[in-house]
Write a protein that binds this ligand. Structure first.
Ligand code: AMP
Length: 527
């Protein structure tokens, strides 16, 4: 069931913001919850982070808040300061084109006087942690008399953190005539009790999940930083050079941006999403079918309507918002007994979403280190050598052999030299690939060709140079003999690694431990 936002009775400025964000359709929890909340009913929504639940309550709240009324009209309670900020940011994104709406986060740790000033200036929506909201309630710096909506976000988490009493005190202070929205990943007894006591005739919404069968294909994921996503995808595309592949993004805007980045790097990529006219879709699909475009970048909705199943690899540029999307996406590869691979790029906390997907789909997605430039070269060479094998077995090469013999006889080169040159030629311009992914670390005070890295562990932590060497070689797969000088001090260490390995070493080591200790590693500052 596809429901687009513009099928809802939402104000034009909200729809415009959603359009600008590039959301193609509602996620399952949004499709179920938004109509109910717009109707004015209380709701208990069971949804995890990453499913689009924030928008599920933020959009209807914004729709219902009256910009002409300056007093507080909606309160969102969140377990942590981070979440309060995140929800507030999301509200700001959706209210970008609305006039006269003010939403602010209030949380412990932030200067209370500043919050009081902000509240006095007239705020319609407060997104706060229960403790701090209570604090303001007691000081009478927030008044609930005009509040008509309250949302509890990650209610189970708030209870785990011991906020039950605070939440109940706040709920008791709220006007009787109000709408109460409760969102929680799990529904233990105490949550149901709160729902029973403080809600009226609440609709229970949870995304009913079908039994999913995950195709038996190899699935990998890579932990990446947001700014490295295009680089990592490019390396994977270089390394596996799939003849045809699908890359999935969560928004239309992301599809457009990624197509621009990939084509800028010399890949033949086309994008597909709901904004394209039929004629454009046909052109894109033809180009993909006849092999002109090797990469099709698409949203879930757009990909659903196309009959391309036979792809060598699927890349999840964004982690899908719903487990079912994951299964649909990766099911596009590995058809008809062919081998297929699925790769997912994961940023920060999305790793939890991936864990949910694995658990729910009963599948294993293996973590992989981000391939280094050397890995890319080796895999590319292997692919070409495989093809060469086929040619040697099936084709008549007499004429070619005689041409090579002539070349070898006329020069000082051996047949092996000639073969190596051909291999290099077929692999394309390797230096170019390296240029794209090797960042400039500036002068770190290292020897020529090396980068000096700073690690925040030293002798005082009982670390020896051998531990550092062993950890770097072991974690990155880079030969230990390539590691340069290691200068160890009491609390930190400098180690030199070849420039082409530096980015990988930093990336991999940031996630690793040395003798059980987490580390901070970065290029050294050279004065
Ligand atoms: P949440 O579950 O609220 O943490 O949302 C996860 C992410 O999904 C956020 O980055 C949202 O901006 C994004 N998101 C929410 N709704 C949609 C949608 N309908 N389409 C695409 N992305 C969405």
């Amino acid at each position: 069931m596809t429901i687009r936002f513009n099928e809802m009775e939402l104000q034009a400025p909200i729809l415009r913001a959603i359009e600008e964000l590039g959301y193609e359709e509602m996620t399952p929890i949004q499709a179920q919850a938004i109509p109910i909340v717009l109707e004015g009913r209380d709701i208990v929504g069971q949804a995890q982070t990453g499913t689009g639940k924030t928008a599920a309550f933020s959009i209807p709240i914004l729709q219902k808040v009256d910009p002409k009324v300056k007093g507080l009209q909606a309160v969102v309670l969140c377990p942590t300061r981070e979440l309060a900020i995140q929800v507030s940011d999301e509200m700001h994104k959706f209210s970008k084109f609305m006039h006269g709406i003010k939403a602010i986060p209030i949380y412990g740790g932030q200067d209370i006087a500043r919050q009081i000033r902000a509240l006095k200036a007239g705020v319609q929506i407060v997104i706060g942690t229960p403790g701090r909201v209570m604090d303001h309630m007691r000081r009478k710096t927030v008044k609930f008399d005009k509040v008509s909506m309250i949302a509890l976000d990650e209610a189970d988490e708030m209870l785990n953190m011991g906020f039950r009493e605070d939440i109940e005190t706040i709920l008791k202070e709220m006007p009787e005539e109000r709408q109460t929205l409760l969102f929680s990943a799990t529904m233990p007894q105490p949550i149901m009790e709160i729902a029973r006591t403080y809600q009226k005739n609440a609709a229970l919404v949870k995304v009913v999940k079908k039994e999913l069968t995950v195709p038996k294909i190899e699935q990998y994921y890579y932990e990446v930083r947001p700014k490295n996503k295009v680089d990592v995808l490019s390396r994977l595309l270089d390394m596996y050079s799939p003849k045809r592949c699908l890359v999935f993004c969560n928004t239309k805007r992301q599809v457009d941006e990624l197509v621009t980045s990939l084509t800028g790097r010399g890949f033949f990529a086309e994008g597909l999403h709901g904004d394209l006219k039929q004629q454009q879709r046909d052109r894109v699909m033809n180009s993909f079918r006849n092999g002109k475009a090797e990469i099709l970048v698409a949203t879930d909705v757009a990909a659903r309507g196309i009959d391309v199943d036979d792809v060598e690899a699927v890349f999840n540029y964004d982690v899908p918002q719903d487990e079912e999307y994951y299964v649909h996406r990766i099911g596009r590869t590995g058809r008809a007994g062919r081998t297929g691979r699925a790769f997912t790029l994961v940023v920060g906390k999305e790793v939890y979403k991936l864990r949910d997907i694995q658990r729910y789909c009963k599948t294993k997605i293996k973590i992989m280190p981000i391939p280094s430039v050397n890995d890319v070269t080796a895999v590319k060479a292997e692919k070409i050598l495989d093809r060469i094998n086929e040619i040697m077995e099936s084709e008549d090469l007499t004429k070619m052999i005689s041409l090579i013999e002539t070349k070898v006889n006329e020069s000082d080169y051996t047949a092996l030299d000639v073969a190596a040159a051909f291999l290099k030629m077929s692999m394309g311009n390797e230096n170019q690939a390296e240029e794209q992914v090797t960042p400039d670390f500036g002068d770190t005070g290292a020897e020529q060709g090396m980068v000096r890295l700073f690690i925040n562990l030293g002798k005082k932590q009982n670390i020896r140079p051998g531990d550092i060497l062993g950890a770097i070689a072991g974690e990155t797969g880079m030969p230990g003999k390539l590691i340069g000088s290691i200068d160890m001090y009491d609390k930190y260490t400098f180690v030199e690694v070849p420039r082409e390995y530096a980015a990988d070493v930093i990336q991999v080591m940031k996630e690793s431990k040395i003798k059980g200790k987490s580390i901070n590693i970065e290029p050294a500052n050279h004065k």
